[in-house]
Design a protein around this ligand. Structure first.
Ligand SMILES: [Zn+2]
Length: 109
């Protein structure tokens, strides 16, 4: 992000794909918490007839990469499910760590 012009262009691109993705999700009845990599794939494969996006029936790889990154961003924010093959922390490991900390506290360390 060296120049403001470049940043604006990038943000505009993200906004366009994010709005398109959001509109498509709504049309499909997919709730944000159900977004995963298959949702992004299905979005990439859809024959676009979304309002305001006519004339771009096939989405470019570039476009999809942005949507993927946007979905990844949502996942990191905890809005959606995991998009990449990330293994979510299991409750068991959280409990184990909490117990470890309790142990340390108990020994007066
Ligand atoms: Zn579309």
């Amino acid at each position: 992000m060296v120049s403001a012009g470049f940043a604006e262009l990038t943000i505009a691109g993200y906004m366009h794909s994010a709005i398109h993705f959001g509109g498509w999700l709504e049309a499909q009845g997919v709730s944000p918490s159900n977004i995963d990599e298959n949702t992004v794939k299905a979005f990439g494969a859809h024959c676009c007839q979304c309002p305001g996006h006519r004339g771009h029936k096939r989405l470019s790889r570039h476009y999809l990469a942005r949507v993927e990154r946007f979905a990844g961003y949502l996942a990191r924010r905890g809005v959606t499910g995991p998009v990449a093959n990330t293994v979510p922390e299991t409750p068991a490991s959280s409990v184990a760590r909490a117990l470890d900390e309790a142990d340390v506290a108990g020994t007066g360390y």
